[in-house]
Design a protein around this ligand. Sequence first.
Ligand code: NDP
Length: 309
Amino acid sequence: MSVIIGGGKGFIGQRLVQLLREKGFQNIWIVSRKSDGQGNTLTWDDIRSGTTLSSVKPIKAIVNLAGAPLLSFQRWTDAYKNEVVQSRIGTTKTFVDFVRDLKDEKPEVYVSMSGVSYYKPDPVKEYTETSEGGDYDFLSRLARDWEQASEPIETKFNVRRVILRSGGVLGSSGGMIGSMYWPFFLGVGGPIGNGQQPFPWVHLDDVCLLIIYAIQNNHVNGILNACAPELITNREFSQTFAHAFSPPRPAIFPMPAFLLNTLLGPERAIVATQGQKVIPQATLQTGYTFKYPTIKEASQDLTKLFQRL
Ligand code: NDP
């Protein structure tokens, strides 16, 4: 049976494909904006037309990881905001129509990313999957609309649906660690602003293993907070990450919040300058065990490639 991954060539997708292969999944298809001529890449037009897809059936799972980057230095114009929305909601709707047209060959499960920006940033409040949210700002409404866009897969087509509300994904191959690695390695890293804001995070392997766990276990269903169980502040993250290098680095050079607000615009910079305390309550109730439950263990893994430099 196949696994189809929208946006599967990105930071999370590449690691997911590796881990799926290690777990014995052989028939993996990536949906991309561009065909690269490789046998296992489909375009979104292929999914829309549904004509060339006999080799992907039967389908075990569809995973949607597509989305134009939020924290790139792409100017935050109305046109780009629209791309950010459409790349998530438009691709989701494409999968909804695809599942509708599969008739009696529905996939077992649909898994999609979402983000903890669903919850309003707060230094004190603790959020679980049942907490209110989705109505605070651009990013929280984006998360809400993105999640709602896939609802028909469950309510109309009776396919199990799992949504991962993810914190910042930490992996040495890219994402936020990719952009902060060298400043920390060179000893000039530090917290963002005063560092007191909560820092919801998850290790790259955990987000991918959680996707695989959702694919393999029929009892996994609904919204799951994809965040490590350890609640930390941005300062605790930067200190633990810096200290995991050998020899330990200082983490005393803060990145001023106003600089991020200027570079990214406050609507996006909020992801880094503020944060939420997010508890993976439903996630733990599924029986999933985090490979990296603490930032100390995660940091040791994230820095290990560079320990000999
Ligand atoms: P990446 O930016 O690495 O990759 C996502 C993929 O989305 C790309 O490989 C690309 O595939 C596709 N994509 C980019 N722009 C567009 C577009 N305009 N239209 C359609 N597809 C597009 O993302 P990540 O792997 O880091 O994240 C995957 C998903 O998880 C994203 O939706 C992200 O918002 C979400 N997420 C990520 C977090 C993180 O910390 N990384 C945290 C919370 C949520 P191609 O070029 O092949 O078309």
